[in-house]
Design a protein around this ligand. Structure first.
Ligand code: ZN
Length: 293
């Protein structure tokens, strides 16, 4: 789907096998910037290279014009097709240094952050050519027209980045902004709040392009971030209330919180356990108040 003359959104549906016979239907957006060359922001899961290449041909371009993949972070649905795309196009890959180890060694990621069906979602490791640090500007195609400013937005993961294109007022937010009512996934609840507030402070956002959500325009983009902050606080309070004063079994806690939040029971998986454990680590904090700057 075309968003601006140069920016296109690709929605990739995929399934996570959470238990024998039970799959969780998910989707992820990746984006392409078709300037003098083509830059991809995230790649979807293994196999998505076919969709991406077909789309590029459908707009009269050639997949071999892809010169750069910018990875917002290392999770399977963002890096899954990166290896295949790199092999087909010889493009470069850029990511934050804190994500590098899990991109270049996906078995390490699978051991340290197991996701059901990991090996079907990730097509293999890929080497990272460029480090993305806060304050860096990426000249995507050599014309400066589609420059991307890198913002470091940890919380969902330690090296998550968002990218702001000042020319068109477009913010690519990766997985930084949770969608109210959808599965919350983060490693650090307080950092997540900080990062959403950092993005909220960007004054000239015209279009918000998240990996988890449809495109949001103008005031709706800011409203989406406000809703995310409220959702994070609701989750935090629910986890703390469910945990009480003790040290609850993490699976039981997750089941209780999922029920209290009205999320589907099949959402109980290692990622949610990891998320709610992050809330427990910050149990003595009012996450909105403690992260106010
Ligand atoms: Zn992610």
């Amino acid at each position: 789907m075309q968003i601006t003359p140069a920016i296109h959104a690709l929605r990739h549906p995929f399934q996570v096998p959470v238990a024998p016979g039970i799959v969780l239907d998910r989707f992820v957006y990746s984006y392409l910037i078709a300037g003098e060359t083509i830059t991809l922001i995230d790649t979807g899961v293994a196999g998505c290279e076919k969709t991406i290449f077909e789309y590029i041909r459908s707009i009269g371009r050639d997949p071999r014009e892809i010169s750069l993949i910018v990875l917002t972070h290392s999770h399977p649905d963002h890096i899954g097709a990166a290896r295949a795309i790199r092999e087909a196009t010889r493009c470069s890959v850029a990511a934050h240094p804190a994500e590098r180890a899990w991109i270049q060694d996906v078995e390490l990621q699978n051991r340290e952050r197991p996701v059901p069906g990991f090996s079907t979602l990730v097509g293999g490791p890929v080497s990272v050519d460029y480090d993305l640090e806060a304050g860096l500007t990426i000249d995507t195609d050599g014309t400066r027209e589609y420059d991307l400013e890198v913002m470091h937005t940890p919380g969902h993961s330690a090296g998550s980045v968002a990218l702001f294109m000042p020319g068109d007022g477009v913010l690519f937010s990766g997985d930084v902004i949770p969608v109210s009512g959808d599965l919350p996934v983060y490693d650090d609840a307080v950092a997540s709040v900080h990062s959403i507030r950092l993005l909220r402070s960007v004054r000239s956002i015209r279009i918000l392009l998240s990996a988890w959500d449809e495109s949001r325009y103008g005031d709706d983009a800011y409203a989406q971030m406000d809703q995310a902050l409220e959702y994070l606080q609701k989750i935090h309070k629910t986890v703390i209330a469910s945990a009480g004063n003790g040290n609850p079994d993490s699976l039981e806690l997750t089941k209780n919180v999922v029920a209290a939040l009205g999320l589907p029971p099949q959402a109980v998986n290692p990622l949610l356990i990891r998320t709610f454990t992050a809330n427990l680590r910050a149990r003595d904090k009012d996450i909105l108040a403690d992260s106010r700057q």
